[in-house]
Design a protein around this ligand. Structure first.
Ligand code: FES
Length: 163
């Protein structure tokens, strides 16, 4: 007896229900696989780039900042100092364990409240436990404005001379 005779037999209600169930399960599996493929395709097309905050910011016109000034910029965690020789910028993050230093006007030093480190105004260590000087940051003049880049360190003796 040929097999296709079986297909012509009238199907019972139970057989129809089983086929509908299997058809529904198959359709759902295809839909889930299709949705997963589409999500993967969209994620692949999305650029995998982290946009970081700009580390550069202006602090004012150099001719408006008198010699001896220490600009304290707590939001940016930076000091900008104008010495008789020129300008420089320092990170205010303590090199011991990362606390924020403060400007001690009475002693003309930078002091860390956490473990007592002190720094001279040029960033060098006056008193430990800080192991390193405060890093100097890149300082430039752009369109007549002093611009600090807190993301770029420079050598500890770099000065910006403005005439
Ligand atoms: S974090 Fe500044 S002295 Fe420890």
């Amino acid at each position: 007896m040929p097999l296709d005779d079986d297909l012509r037999l009238p199907l019972t209600e139970e057989e129809l229900s089983r086929r509908r169930f299997l058809g529904t399960v198959g359709s759902c599996a295809l839909a889930v696989a299709g949705a997963g493929t589409m999500v993967s395709a969209f994620l692949y097309l999305e650029p995998a780039v982290l946009f970081e905050e700009d580390t550069r910011f202006g602090v004012g016109r150099p001719e408006e900042i008198p010699v001896g000034t220490v600009l304290v910029l707590p939001k940016q965690k930076v000091y900008v100092v104008r010495s008789a020789e020129g300008f420089y910028a320092l990170s205010s993050t303590c090199t011991h364990l990362g606390c924020m230093t403060t400007y001690d006007r009475d002693h003309h030093e930078l002091a860390c409240p956490c473990h007592g480190s002190r720094f001279h105004l040029d960033g060098s260590v006056a008193q430990g436990p800080a192991p390193h000087p405060l890093p100097r940051l890149q300082l430039t003049v752009e369109r007549g404005v002093l611009v600090v880049d807190s993301g770029r360190h420079v050598a500890g003796d770099v000065l910006l001379k403005v005439t």
